[in-house]
Design a protein. Structure first.
Length: 487
């Protein structure tokens, strides 16, 4: 939302008063007024954001040793930016910079004095790998862009900065490869960002709901990562990275459904091992989705599909249970979700204790009290373990939530209800788009080689067509030596 820009006044006192009023006469706004010859000057900065030692050493001390004639040369060297807009000048103050003002000049000279209070680089918390980089983004936007540029030391890396939030004034950045990323894709994302009008915008999670295609869908349409190497890989595929000040997570879009089943370890391991593990994740996806529903369908409607010894064993376990299997399943799933949430929200040492002791105590007690059968405990535990194999927490949560209505449908209609629920889910997934691009995109041709399984790296010579990159082919003839040796 655009507003009329107020320009700085000619008189120094009027400019200072206007800036003080604009910042609500905050006590941490420091104003130092002094004279250089016949000219009256002032330095303004916010002591809570600016590095006062840097102000003394690089601004105030040199000013004591220069003449009025040397002021122009000094400013030409020291200034980071000059502006006549009062709103822009105050925005720079709020970023930690200092303003140098001169009487009878309606210009603010911006000096880089922001305090460096960012935390040091750390290892990824949620995306740890056995082999590969152990470096993660942090909350500083400049540091995150630096890490991307270190991964892609290429002249076509393009960075665009924006400021969102009338109150929060959150800086965000779009990063993409100019010669690979589809320009229409970048334009579409920029148009969605420009329409955001809010007082408070913080982290990409706030922006996600304003720019994604289907905000009411349970399935994530934007992939978040804390790894610079993974971000660089997606940029090379033609995706766009969205970064925000104050959040170490980088949003990548567009992405496909299969992106949420992949990890950085897949490309550091041998392709045979990576393919087998990725296939395990696909199997775990379906186990977490339909295992409780399958168990209930077999016991309630299709028990003839079970071998007689197994059926007798399951029925004997259910004799003392006073309610049907659907109640057992819902009770155990709700209990598991409560334990999971408690382990996340509590301090780490207490959370580990609650999850381990709570699981053992509840699992043992409910069976001894004949509230839940042994078989149901095994089914729910297997479902929980399968959901842990899904590497993306948002997709894992979505599958667990979708499992509830599928379980209810199985209790009412058996396999028919379960199949109906799964079909509806896949119809919905096929209709989703990520930044206007197909979400459930299998690719086709050589691109299917990096979906459910991973082919060798030298055979992945095509970029993912989902982002419609300008250059679809990656020239790669890395094993020409093999032909030379045979000849």
């Amino acid at each position: 939302m655009k507003t009329d820009q107020k320009m700085l006044a000619d008189e120094l006192e009027a400019t200072i008063r206007s800036i003080q009023y604009g910042l609500s006469h905050s006590d941490d706004l420091i104003c130092k007024v002094f004279s250089l010859g016949d000219r009256k000057c002032a330095i303004l900065y916010l002591e809570s954001l600016a590095d006062q030692e840097k102000i003394r050493e690089t601004i105030l001390k040199p000013l004591l040793n220069i003449s009025e004639d040397g002021l122009t040369r000094y400013l030409a060297v020291m200034e980071e930016e000059r502006t006549s807009c009062e709103q822009r000048a105050m925005s720079k103050l709020l970023q930690g910079d200092a303003l140098f003002l001169i009487d009878e000049e309606p210009v603010a000279y911006v000096m880089d004095t922001a305090a460096n209070k960012e935390r040091s680089l750390t290892i990824p918390i949620n995306e740890r790998v056995i082999r590969g980089s152990h470096l993660a983004f942090n909350e500083n936007l400049g540091t995150s862009v630096f890490l991307i540029r270190k991964q892609l030391e290429h002249r076509q890396v393009t960075v665009k900065y924006y400021t969102l939030g009338n109150v929060s004034q959150t800086r965000i950045a779009l990063v993409y490869l100019h010669d690979i990323t589809n320009p229409a894709l970048v334009e579409r994302l920029e148009n969605r960002i420009h329409t955001i009008s809010a007082d408070f915008v913080q982290t990409p999670g706030f922006i996600e709901e304003m720019i994604e295609d289907r905000p009411f869908s349970l399935f994530p349409q934007i992939l978040y990562t804390e790894r610079p190497d993974r971000t660089a890989a997606y940029l090379n595929e033609g995706s766009v990275a969205l970064l925000a000040e104050g959040d170490p997570a980088v949003a990548l879009l567009p992405v496909t459904f299969f992106s949420f089943l992949q990890t950085a370890d897949d490309y550091s391991s041998r392709f045979t091992i990576a393919s087998v593990i990725r296939f395990f994740r696909v199997i775990a996806f379906f186990i977490a989705l339909i295992l409780p529903a399958t168990y209930i369908s077999l016991l309630s409607y299709h028990y003839e599909a079970l071998p007689d010894p197994l059926l007798f064993s399951l029925k004997s376990n259910l004799e003392l249970i006073p309610y049907p299997p659907i109640v057992e399943a819902l009770f155990m799933q709700f209990t598991l979700e409560m334990l999971r949430e408690a382990a996340i929200r509590l301090p780490q040492p207490i959370g580990l204790t609650v999850s381990i002791v709570g699981g053992l105590v509840i699992g043992t007690t409910v069976v001894q009290a004949n509230l839940v059968s042994n078989a149901m405990v095994v089914v729910i535990a297997t479902t929980a373990i399968a959901s842990f194999l899904i590497p993306n927490s948002e997709l894992s949560t979505a599958i667990r939530i979708i499992g509830f209505p599928i379980t209810l449908l199985a209790a009412v209609l058996g396999f028919l209800g379960m199949a109906f629920g799964v079909i509806i889910m896949f119809i919905h997934v096929c209709r989703i788009e990520s930044l206007g691009m197909p979400y459930f995109n299998m690719g086709g041709g050589t691109n299917i080689r990096d979906k459910l399984i991973r082919f060798p790296t030298y055979m992945l010579n095509r970029r993912n067509p989902q982002a419609q990159p300008q250059r679809g082919t990656q020239e790669r003839e890395s094993r020409e030596w093999q032909d030379d040796e045979r000849s």
